[in-house]
Design a protein around this ligand. Sequence first.
Ligand code: HEM
Length: 414
Amino acid sequence: MGIEFEPLSNRWKQDPYPTYRQLRDEAPVHYAPESDHYVVTRYEDVERVLKSPDVFSSAINPRQMPGGSQSRFAQLRRALTSMVQMRVLPSTAADARFLIAESGESHSAMRGVVNRGFTPRRIAAWGDRAHELAAEGVARLRSGDPFDLVRDLAVPLPVTMIAEMLGVESERMHDFKRWSDAFITGGTGSTRGKEGDRLLFRAMTELRTYLRPIVKARRKNPADDLISALVASDGEADLNDFEIFLFIFLLLLAGNETTTNLLGNTVDALLGHPEELARVQSDLSLVPALVEEVLRWDSPVQMLQRTTTEEVEWHGVRIPKRAQVAAMLGAANRDERRFENPDRFDVNRDAKSHLSFGLGAHFCLGSSLARLEAKAALEALVPELRGIERVVQEREFVDSFVIRGLKRLELRAA
Ligand code: HEM
């Protein structure tokens, strides 16, 4: 089977979709020796992976689930272990619970600590703030100054929002962005391995130094923010100090890279489809449908990793126990068995059943927030895109096999 799985290559990045189609048609479970992953691409199969946590586990702790060096978040685990060995971290850190890798009751208890902050009603209360931040970004485009959609709107909006929700200073936005970039590219980009570990190690040390006094202050004087909710978790999930740190780290990170790239991917799609742009411009009530269609058509998270807890025989392929499985969200969303004419970017379709926020117990905690931010940004931005063009035609992508998005998207009046 001559399909090469090389999601970090420029060729793949420019357009992974023809390869996804080939995989769905010819090798729905494809073993990729390049990365030692079993790659699953059909909608129904990705759905099965995400809905069967007993077989396809999210665990990352080597004690619970010994995975290979490619294992999900292996870098994070390695960096933690060496930080414990160097006594930079307490020994409890090596076994720390991490929301995204927990299962069963432990997972529900951890999620319960922050759920209240993410209900659709709580999130709706942030609507005005999202509109304010969107207006600030768009004002710059209007001013005629050099405008990079990523730098000037898609990064500051979600980073500021999550910083304010956590109760940390949004002035440190550039540091938050740098730390989450270190995790994404260090853990899932071409520098993963030794250099990636170093990046991640440094970022975690800086973030921990920054957060320590803030967490301490919230213990003394709780406020109405997510960090206070985390430190008040005693009795629910009983998070230790290091687990609180990991939780904050996850919230900062998950809320940044994803929404930033959703916004970039949306504008990229609209510039390539002027008739769809015109349609949304003439009726801004289509913005929520636009957001769902971009999530389907060009998902910011392209894959989720899981580890098998038992041998699985599937589509004629034997997946051994403890193998790494890549559930390709980006490919499932383009499955012709699920979506009609899936390669067509069509704002009028009902795209809501895309898998871009995952499925099952780990379904994205921030989906309402991401939708609110995207709606605010695009309602402000779409009317301004009349007569706007890219400064540079070539598209340069984020260096990650998980995240899909543009590094920059400079725009100017045509
Ligand atoms: C367009 C934007 C976003 C996309 C595409 C996205 C995607 C995802 C996906 C696919 C998962 C499932 C991971 C898994 O099953 O292993 C997930 C989980 C998660 N997301 Fe999002 N996300 C977005 C925005 C956000 C935002 C704004 C936040 C806010 C803090 C957030 C917080 C989380 C958290 C905490 C989890 C882990 C949930 C758990 O393990 O129970 N996400 N996200």
